[in-house]
Design a binder for this molecule. Structure first.
Ligand SMILES: Cc1cc2nc3c(=O)[nH]c(=O)nc-3n(C[C@H](O)[C@H](O)[C@H](O)COP(=O)(O)OP(=O)(O)OC[C@H]3O[C@@H](n4cnc5c(N)ncnc54)[C@H](O)[C@@H]3O)c2cc1C
Length: 452
């Protein structure tokens, strides 16, 4: 006899972690996923690494304590929206890599390269696609029923208790009932109508980096039933992506990391922000947002030969030219605009230190504070940039047992995990590799992980 019947809404890392944890505890688990089987796995299928507190281990180059992780988190998010949930996730993050490993995920040895994450983050073999496939295979062994193409369409509440939910099937609606319900359905980043409230017309230029199935319906239903919200409402985590990327499912390869190594100009050929303020990964997320706020939501990062090899290789080839004048023409920028900007930037460079980090440029109203290498060695290159939305921040408030917090109190049989609840920890801003950890911990807590 199963102990309880549990329905999990979603099909990414948080839902899968919850399903495994719950099934391993002897419960009967049903997972309802909006996407068809071949597109299952939400945004989680695009991932590749986790950031977690750890002592020395074989996956990273050194230890990374809970306090240091907490400080890094605070440096991007400002304040902790829900300190008790944040504390719990930070502390339990220590157990995540071990649990993943024990459930079939193979980590690479400490990774080197352009990302500078070898101490804080561990990378897994095959990336997110293998991660979700491994977990789905495990669900089969654990007799978890998976219903694909079954989006949640309504939730029936009686006071602070969920009585049942309704899903949409090909042949009509179906009502499902359980003892407990875990909402792990991501954010609303694919819902352009919802995002249009914040970005109006500009929303059409936003590239969605992940799944097209995160339309936010479960979140909306919880909001309509009195859920307390947390996390910043407007848009979400946005990075700079190549403008030639598809509108949805742009993935990780669309990201352009070249910004600290050159200058970034708007469609008028002018710089608009300090490209050297900080380096990947802590600050990379602000560039999408900056681009979303400028004319036509379009920018260009311009570099020269010296910058090649300093950032992650790109999927699309950059535009290139032997002179800045020619590059300006290729990009269709106003005559002499880019030329003037590059000249001023080069003239203002201070290279007194032998450390590239200390090189700055004060050649224009907007200084570049670090890594100000001159742009003077052909060929010159440029990538066109658009805002690339990774996920939204606003979600539902939970307590440290993962239970949903409503205006009138806590739901006795409703939980939330993953992106739909990440606003409890990440009000705004993002720390690379922490999304999966939030999903794993909150998913497993909702699935019954008491304490180890
Ligand atoms: C390109 C990219 C790269 C990333 N890289 C990393 C990384 O390396 N490391 C990291 O930690 N984080 C990374 N992230 C962030 C990470 O993907 C998320 O934090 C994490 O995957 C969220 O997991 P989740 O399970 O909450 O949501 P998701 O994985 O997005 O899953 C949500 C699921 O809910 C389903 N769903 C939606 N609506 C409904 C409905 N009405 N009914 C039923 N199901 C529904 C969706 O189909 C989907 O399967 C990346 C994100 C992107 C887009």
């Amino acid at each position: 006899m199963p102990k309880k019947r549990v329905i999990i809404i979603g099909g990414g890392n948080a839902a899968l972690s919850a399903a495994i944890e719950s099934a391993e505890r002897g419960n009967e688990v049903v997972l309802v996923e909006a996407a068809p089987e071949k597109f299952r796995g939400g945004n989680s299928k695009y991932t590749r690494d986790i950031r977690y507190a750890h002592k020395e281990d074989e996956f990273t180059s050194g230890s990374y304590g809970v306090d240091e992780l907490k400080n890094d988190l605070l440096s991007v998010t400002g304040t902790l929206e829900n300190p008790e949930v944040a504390k719990m996730v930070l502390e339990k993050s220590e157990f995540v890599a071990g649990w993943m490993n024990a459930h079939g995920i193979i980590f690479k040895k400490e990774i080197k390269g352009t990302l500078n994450l070898s101490r804080t983050n561990a990378f897994f073999m095959g990336g997110g696609k293998v991660l979700v496939d491994t977990y789905y295979n495990l669900l089969k062994k654990l007799n978890v029923r998976v219903l694909y193409e079954s989006p949640l369409t309504s939730i029936k509440f009686r006071n602070l208790h969920i009585e049942n939910i309704t899903i949409q099937k090909e042949n009509g609606e179906e009502v499902l009932q359980a003892d407990e319900y875990i909402f792990a359905s991501g954010g609303y980043e694919s819902n352009k109508e919802w995002l249009g409230q914040f970005w109006q017309e500009g929303v059409k230029n936003i590239k969605v980096r992940g799944t097209r199935y995160n339309m936010g319906k479960p979140l909306k239903l919880l909001m309509d039933n009195g859920a307390i919200l947390c996390g910043e409402e407007k848009a979400g985590h946005m990075v700079a992506v190549d403008s030639r990327s598809p509108e949805y499912e742009a993935g990780i390869v669309s990201r352009i990391d070249a910004i600290p190594w050159g200058i970034t100009v708007n469609i008028h050929g002018k710089r608009f922000y300090d490209e050297g303020e900080d380096i990947w990964p802590k600050r990379y997320a602000m560039w999408g947002r900056l681009i979303a706020d400028i004319d036509e939501q379009k920018a260009y990062v311009v570099i020269d030969r010296k910058a090649i090899g300093k950032f992650m290789p790109t999927v699309y080839k950059p535009f290139s030219a032997e002179t800045i004048d020619d590059l300006e023409k290729i990009l269709g920028l106003p005559v002499n605009s880019l030329k003037g900007t590059v000249d001023n930037y080069n003239k203002g460079i201070n290279k007194e230190s032998s450390d590239l980090f200390m090189w700055s440029s004060s050649g224009s109203r907007i200084p570049k504070s670090h890594w100000a290498m001159p742009i003077d060695e052909p060929p010159f290159f440029a990538y066109p940039l658009s805002p690339g939305l990774t996920f939204t921040y606003q979600g539902v408030k939970i307590n440290k047992t993962g239970r949903l917090m409503m205006i009138d109190g806590e739901v006795d049989n409703g939980f939330a995990a993953g992106e739909i609840a990440s606003g409890n920890i990440l009000k705004k801003g993002y720390l690379a590799g922490f999304g999966l950890v939030i999903g794993n911990v909150l998913g497993r807590v909702a699935g019954g992980w008491e304490n180890d």
